[in-house]
Structures are given as structure tokens and as C-alpha cells.
Design a protein around this ligand. Structure first.
Ligand code: FAD
Length: 545
């Protein structure tokens, strides 16, 4: 059997290695357009910033090492330019030699990835304007930064690559402006969770411009990025407006395409042509939570799909069971992570969801170094299915999101999070881990012991005949409180119950949601109808700005 693979990075290289492990006799040819194979896309921004010091560290394999280990014929600088399905061959251009040739296949695997979205207004040959996808892109940006010592940069786009690039350019001492079209960075997060990142970006000196769509470039003379609010001069610009499946070859070959030109496959990663498989950023996937078709451009799915395609090529019938978009990113001193659906996606899917928002410490607060994280967990009313989670904080965020991602995969019910038997010692967690705490809160909500209200409810509540109570200490209240909330510290509450108007609804806030929960328990057992503010004043202040 002869297998030709187009694209030699996450999905392609994984598939090549797996095919070899399953079939010692297969002939495997891997075509890669760039000069590098099996490189670490995810590490590219950190080479620009200097956290990864050696260029060699970006390339996990060379064509020689791949051949030595796996006997795969890796051809870098070779671009597939046409798929002839009738003849079962690929036309290939050797970019260095400038010649083309045909490569016959029994099975073809497409892992061409995604290409940066570069709108017409950003298309230029100007050497001060960059995108970041390949090692070559990275070396060009790195060399410009190190060689020209630019003082300022504009990063266009506040997604994963934009944020990582902004941070790494700032680490080089540059003044960085970050443009974002919408009202928050990082689309997998809801705006409230992204607000913590906004504060961190500003604290770290990034000039964050939200609601500022990119309108174009001025490249004659001094470089400037154009926006509705005027031109922003800079020594360099990075266009990071997202990615689109790189599927021109598949389209020309007449393979069935789906969303945004992505390649349609079945669960075996087989395309509409039974001899052609496709994986990675280029393919449409099923969302694990909604079951709907979606695009998820992440390394984990690409690697898994590469292995699954290889299995099927070799006669092992494994299946891809969908993506849930689990991701994590470092934003200076913060970590942001998500899995499954955010609120926007849950609403779009028409799901009847409920949420909890909590601010647990990553480990026991009496052990040095504990930091609070903000965690939001969404679950479906009725079915109690966990729909998604988002966490922003310091250390320990990645661990909790992975527990929640696993819980979603395993079908753990939202209130069953309290039952998870998680490892604990003071430097690492608390006896009630943050994930357990989310489970306790959900259990209280489902059992009707606690009713909640949310940030988005507060504006309307201010004009209603209700009591808005802040149960923090007088000092905390004096340092800042939500407009309209009156202070009644938790420890004074029992003694002052008679001063509260009977029959009025009481809405309670504290710093993190714990003392207001305790207040709600006191109040409800004394006959009051009360509601606990999800997230606490800490969250309110971050979202309110
Ligand atoms: P790729 O890994 O992009 O490989 C596709 C390869 O195919 C490319 O090298 C391309 O040159 C080659 N190719 C395309 N067409 C042809 C052709 N016609 N002929 C020959 N070769 C061709 N994901 C995460 O989960 N976490 C992260 O932290 C993360 N960080 C990232 C940071 C950056 C800067 C980038 C660019 C991506 C990051 N990603 C991250 C995304 C992740 O790298 C991708 O999801 C993953 O690499 C997709 O794998 P793939 O095999 O589909 O495509």
C-alpha cells in the first residue's frame, strides 16, 4: 500500500507515524510545502518573544530523523498542486527545483491545515506586515524584531494567536496596541470572563482597543493601521484575524465541502472519496456537546484525527467522536481556559441552560501563593448535562478545565461534580476542590436551596421595589460596592432581621458569593425570599470595569 500525505505537521505527521507503527511495509510519502516538518506551531509566538530561545526547539523532527525512525519519505518544499482522483495521483511542485511531477497513491491523506484570514485591506508585500502560521513566518517576524529593534507594534485580532503575539512582542519591550473588532477578546470566552483578561492586558501596558474593527493599512512611508478612530502608527503590524480551512485542493478535486469550505468526512475521517482521508483544521467536525457541525482549529483534535485516519487506512476501524473545543492560553500572569459551550453558543443552540460563577482559590489559602480563579460552569436544566466551562485565573486553571472537559466527555451530571474524588494537599488544592465547589453550588440550585441572580439582572433590579444587600464588611463595602446595594455585614445579619422589610425580595451580594450564600440560607430559613449574586463583587467589579 502506498500512502501519500499532504501536510507534514500536526495531523499529517501523526498519521504518518501511526501508519508506520501499524504497517511496516506501507510506502509513505509526506509532502510539505514549507521548509519544515512536524514543527511546533503552538510554540511559534514564544520564539518571537524569546521564551523559546533556540530555533531548533521549534522543529520536533527533520526529514532525516523522520526517515530514520519511521522510514517516511518526507519531502519539504514540495507542494501538492492537484489531486487527480481518477488516476489516483497527486501533482507535486518541487518548489526549489521548479519542476512538477506526479505521485501515485493507493490512499491519500489531506492535512493541509488552515490559513490566516487576510482581508483585501491587509494584503500587502510590505516587509513590516506579518502573519503567523509557519516557521518561515515566525523567523521573519523574529528576525525583524531582533534585527530592527522596532519600538511599537499593532496586533490586529484578539484571538489565540493575536493575544500570544501581543504578549510576546511586549516581552521584547515593544509598545503594543491590540485591536479587537468585538467587545471582548478570545471568542471561546463570554465577555464577562474575558474582562479579567482585558484588565490584565491593560495592566501589562497593552493598548487594548475593543470595538475597533480593522479598516486597512497605510504602507507608504511610516506604517499605520487604519481604524474608524483614526490611524495607529507602528513599526510593525501582525494580522491575526483568525484562520480558514486551506482546502483549495480538495475543492478542485471535487470533494464534498462543508462550513466555510471545510472538508466533510465521516467518523473514520474518510472524505466523499473512499480513498481520500482528511484531518485537522481543514475538516468539519461534530461538536461533542451540541452534535452540530462546527470548525475547531486546535492541535488536540488534529492529532487525534490523524491517528484515527491512519487506523482506518490500515484497516483498524476507529472513530472520531467529536470536538468540544477545550483550550487554554497564557495571557501574561493569567491563564484562560474553556471547554464545551459558552453562553453565546448555548443560546445559539437553543439550550435551556443555567450557570454558576465562583471564585475559588487554586489551593488552600493558608498555604503560601494561593490565587483566586473565576470559574463559570454551564449546565442544562432538566437533563443536568454539563454544557461547558470557562476559567480565568493563575495556577491550577488548566487542571480544573481538564477535569471539567473529562466530566463532559464521560457524561458526569453537573451536580455530580461534587462527588468527584480529586487529589488534595494544601499546595495543590483544597479538600473541596474548585470543581467540587461548582458541584455543590449546582446541587444547591437544583434542589432549590439557593436562587441566583446575575450581573445582567442588576440594572433592572435597581428600579424595582426590592432590597439590594451587600453582606461584606464595612471596610470592604467602603472600598467599592455596586450602586444601589446597602451594607449589612453577614455577621450582623441575624441581629438585624427585623429591620428588613417583610415580603420584599432580597438580592444579596458579597465578595466571592460565599458569604452571600450564607446570608441567603439565614434569610430563607427566616421566611425571606432571597437571591444570591453569582460571582460576587469581585466578579461584578471586573465585568463592570
Ligand atoms: P498544520 O499543523 O497547520 O499543518 C498543515 C501543513 O500543511 C502546513 O505546514 C502547510 O504548509 C502544509 N500544506 C498545506 N497545503 C499544502 C500543500 N498543498 N502541499 C504541501 N503542504 C501543504 N492549537 C492548540 O491546540 N494549542 C495552541 O496553543 C496552539 N497555538 C497555535 C499557535 C500558532 C501560532 C498557530 C499557527 C497555531 C496554533 N494552534 C494551537 C493550532 C494548531 O497548531 C493547529 O490546530 C494544528 O496544527 C492543525 O493541524 P493540521 O495538521 O490540520 O495543520
Amino acid at each position: 500500500m502506498k500512502v501519500v500525505i499532504i501536510g507534514g505537521v500536526a495531523g499529517g505527521a501523526t498519521a504518518a507515524a501511526r501508519i508506520r507503527r501499524l504497517d511496516e511495509r506501507a510506502e509513505i510519502v509526506m509532502l510539505e510545502r514549507t521548509g519544515y516538518v512536524s514543527y511546533a506551531n503552538c510554540g511559534l509566538p514564544y520564539y518571537v518573544g524569546g521564551a523559546i530561545g533556540e530555533e531548533d526547539a521549534l522543529t520536533l523532527q527533520t526529514p532525516q530523523s523522520f526517515y530514520a525512525r519511521y522510514r517516511v519519505d518526507v519531502r519539504v518544499g514540495h507542494e501538492a498542486i492537484l489531486i487527480d482522483r481518477a488516476q489516483k495521483c497527486v501533482r507535486v511542485r518541487d518548489l526549489a527545483a521548479g519542476r512538477t511531477y506526479e505521485e501515485r497513491y493507493d490512499k491519500l491523506l489531506l492535512s493541509p491545515g488552515a490559513k490566516p484570514v487576510v482581508p483585501a485591506a491587509a494584503q500587502t508585500d510590505d516587509a513590516r506586515v506579518f502573519t503567523l502560521r509557519t516557521v518561515e513566518d515566525t523567523l521573519a517576524l523574529h528576525d525583524f524584531v531582533v534585527g530592527q529593534r522596532p519600538a511599537s507594534a499593532v496586533v490586529v485580532g484578539g484571538g489565540f494567536i493575536g493575544l500570544e503575539t501581543a504578549e510576546n512582542l511586549a516581552e521584547r519591550g515593544m509598545k503594543v496596541t491590540l485591536l479587537q473588532r468585538g467587545d471582548h477578546v478570545l471568542a471561546p470566552l463570554d465577555r464577562d470572563m474575558a474582562c479579567f483578561l482585558h484588565a490584565e492586558l491593560v495592566r501589562q501596558g497593552i493598548d487594548l482597543r475593543l470595538n475597533t474593527p480593522f479598516e486597512g493599512l497605510k504602507t507608504d512611508g511610516e506604517l499605520a493601521v487604519l481604524t474608524k478612530d483614526g490611524a495607529i502608527g507602528a513599526d510593525l503590524a501582525v494580522i491575526a484575524l483568525g484562520v480558514a480551512p486551506d482546502t483549495a485542493l480538495a475543492r478542485e478535486a471535487g470533494l464534498e465541502l462543508g462550513m466555510k469550505g471545510s472538508i466533510v468526512t465521516d467518523a473514520h475521517m474518510r472524505t466523499s472519496d473512499p480513498d481520500i482521508y482528511a484531518v485537522g483544521d481543514a475538516v468539519e467536525v461534530r461538536h461533542f456537546v451540541t452534535g452540530e457541525k462546527t470548525l475547531i482549529a486546535l492541535a488536540g483534535p488534529a492529532n487525534k484525527q490523524g491517528r484515527i485516519a491512519a487506523d482506518n487506512i490500515c484497516g483498524v476501524g476507529s472513530e472520531y467522536r467529536g470536538s468540544q473545543g477545550s483550550s487554554v492560553i497564557k495571557v501574561f500572569s493569567l491563564t484562560a481556559a474553556n471547554t464545551g459551550l459558552n453562553e453565546k453558543a448555548a443560546r445559539a443552540a437553543g439550550l435551556d441552560y443555567e450557570k454558576v460563577i465562583l471564585s475559588p482559590a487554586d489551593h488552600a489559602t493558608y498555604y503560601p501563593g494561593a490565587r483566586l480563579m473565576t470559574m463559570k460552569v454551564l449546565f442544562e436544566r432538566g437533563s443536568r448535562r454539563i454544557l461547558g466551562a470557562q476559567i480565568v485565573g493563575g495556577q491550577g486553571v488548566d487542571k480544573r478545565i481538564d477535569v471539567l472537559a473529562t466530566a463532559i466527555r464521560a457524561g458526569v451530571k453537573a451536580d455530580e461534580l461534587k462527588d468527584l474524588d480529586l487529589a488534595y494537599a494544601p499546595p495543590y488544592s483544597s479538600a473541596k476542590d474548585p470543581v467540587n465547589m461548582a458541584g455543590y453550588m449546582i446541587d444547591n440550585i437544583l434542589s432549590g436551596r439557593v436562587k441566583q441572580f446575575f450581573y445582567e439582572d442588576i440594572a433592572a433590579l435597581r428600579s424595582q421595589d426590592v432590597v439590594l444587600l451587600d453582606t461584606r464588611t464595612r471596610g470592604e463595602y467602603a472600598r467599592g460596592h455596586a450602586e444601589g446595594f446597602v451594607n449589612l455585614p453577614l455577621d450582623d445579619l441575624r441581629g438585624q432581621l427585623s429591620s428588613l422589610p417583610a415580603g420584599k425580595k432580597i438580592y444579596v451580594m458579597c465578595q466571592s458569593g460565599l458569604r452571600s450564600y450564607l446570608a441567603c440560607r439565614i434569610l430563607s430559613q427566616n421566611g425571606f425570599d432571597c437571591y444570591n449574586f453569582a460571582g460576587g463583587y469581585r466578579y461584578y467589579a471586573a465585568v463592570h470595569g
